[in-house]
Design a protein around this ligand. Structure first.
Ligand SMILES: Cc1ncc(COP(=O)(O)O)c(C=O)c1O
Length: 446
């Protein structure tokens, strides 16, 4: 391929210097997969191949790649005011974006703290929980509850809450006092669309058992992804989230939903909170907040959380000693506002809801294949799990690469493909993704 419009070579002269995240670097550098252009649901690789994006990149680009409205909004912002810090001053964009985000959230969640990633949103939420309990005279609440197979990003807070062994076994020095409840994958509801039927209340009662073991008044918060995403789309069984909410209320424990993937329409509702009819005290988000165009995350809090923390300090004092240089960066705010406008104008969350049944059927059409162990779907999110080949992770890694060269990008975790189309995708796009997955599956057997 020729040089790119920005003058960079399509295939850089050296790949050595960039140490890639969550990547087998040595293998990648021998056989790179570089995306040089993207538009709508498609991308193009450095050899000129066209790929359909089957995971909305990393679940962050529901409105499609290359949105001109977002690019223009960011350009206009950059040429008007490229950066203003938010420590004791501000710029209008952050207030506008916060207002638009709260309009999408359940009632009462009217305060938004901006960060730069999902991982930062988790650290921020942890601190918010601590600050709330301290301001409430409840400083003995020092224990956090997370879940097996949880993914809450890679900062030390998120690693402390992590339930994915590879993400934590190398980094044992983490926050103390984190206990886990079981994950929700019982194996009783294989090949299931929507919420599994079994064991919702029973699994959530793990939290009650922690209350009985440690004392509910020592537990600060429970962190859960409403649908565990990065571990392969584990949908909560019926009654599960409701029961968690009930136990939290009974013991004064805060319920934190990590909606970094499920926020902004992925399940067909604004947030998973509305989809499941369960309202958390704190909600983290990132990814689709800017349609993946500029790094940004956020933490939304119920009024009582904000008010308790804020009112605990004298009028002229800083109330929450936390924030990042790039919290609410003007470029990110401009991208966020433009993304919210697109979501609303094009009715993209409704489109996601409308496409979901077709997508679920299309995914389930793969169940006859001998490599397939399980398929789970909800909204425009799914886990397609393969039997492993004796070495965990090997088949998934190979299939992800083969699929790329067959013209489709899908994010894998271990043996599970997390297929999550864009909201602008049509039925024909879904068919194209499924065809490419099936071809790649067949190749594994040849
Ligand atoms: C549920 C959840 N929380 C947190 C994160 C971390 O987000 P980031 O990679 O932006 O730090 C992710 C990323 O996939 C996620 O899925």
């Amino acid at each position: 391929m020729h040089d790119l419009p920005n003058g960079l070579p399509a295939r850089p002269n050296s790949l050595e210097e960039h140490w890639l995240p969550f990547t087998s670097n040595r293998d990648f550098k021998e056989n790179p997969r570089l995306v040089v252009q993207s538009e709508g649901v498609y991308c193009w690789d450095h050899k000129g191949g066209k790929l359909i994006d089957g995971s909305s990149a990393l679940f962050c680009c529901p409105a499609g790649h290359g949105r001109q409205e977002i690019a223009k909004a960011v350009y206009d912002q950059m040429t008007t005011n490229s950066y203003t810090p938010h420590f004791q001053m501000g710029h209008p964009g952050s207030f506008e974006l916060a207002k638009r985000v709260t309009a999408l959230l359940p009632e009462g969640m009217n305060h938004v703290f901006f960060v730069n990633s999902g991982s930062e949103s988790i650290d921020t939420a942890l601190k918010m929980v601590m600050a709330f309990h301290r301001a409430n005279g409840d400083g003995q609440r020092l224990r956090f509850v997370s879940r097996e197979r949880a993914y809450h990003g890679v900062n030390m807070g998120g690693v402390s809450l992590s339930g994915m062994v590879k993400n934590r076994e190398t980094f044992p020095v983490v926050m103390p006092n984190v206990v886990t409840i079981r994950h929700t994958m019982t194996g009783k509801d294989l090949f299931h669309e929507g919420q599994p039927e079994h064991d919702g209340v029973e699994l959530a009662n793990d939290l009650q058992r922690h209350c009985e073991t440690y004392g509910g008044s020592t537990i600060a918060a429970v962190f859960v992804e409403p649908v565990a995403g990065s571990t392969g789309t584990l949908v909560p069984p019926k009654g599960y989230l409701e029961r968690l909410r009930e136990i939290c209320d009974e013991h004064g424990i805060l319920l934190v939903f990590d909606e970094v993937i499920t926020g902004f329409g992925r399940l067909g509702s604004n947030f998973a909170a509305q989809h499941f009819g369960v309202t958390p005290d704190i909600c983290t988000m990132a990814k689709a907040l800017t349609n993946g165009c500029i790094p940004m995350g956020a933490v939304a809090a119920q009024d009582r959380i904000y008010e308790t923390i804020t009112n605990a300090s004298p009028m002229n004092a800083i109330e929450f000693f936390h924030g990042y240089t790039y919290s609410a960066h003007p470029a990110a705010c401009a991208a966020g506002i433009a993304a919210m406008e697109i979501y609303e104008r094009e009715g993209l969350f409704e489109k996601a809801a409308a496409l979901a049944p077709y997508f679920a059927d299309a995914m389930m059409s793969l169940r006859d294949h001998e490599l397939v162990k399980d398929i789970r779907t909800i909204g425009l999110m799914s886990g397609l799990e393969f039997h492993h080949d004796g070495v965990p992770g090997r088949r998934g890694a190979k299939m992800q690469k083969d699929l790329f060269w067959n013209g489709c990008h899908v994010k894998f975790t271990g043996e599970t493909a997390i297929v999550a189309p864009m909201f602008i995708a049509t039925r024909a796009h879904v068919d194209e993704i499924i065809d490419k997955i099936r071809t790649t599956m067949d190749q594994q057997l040849a």
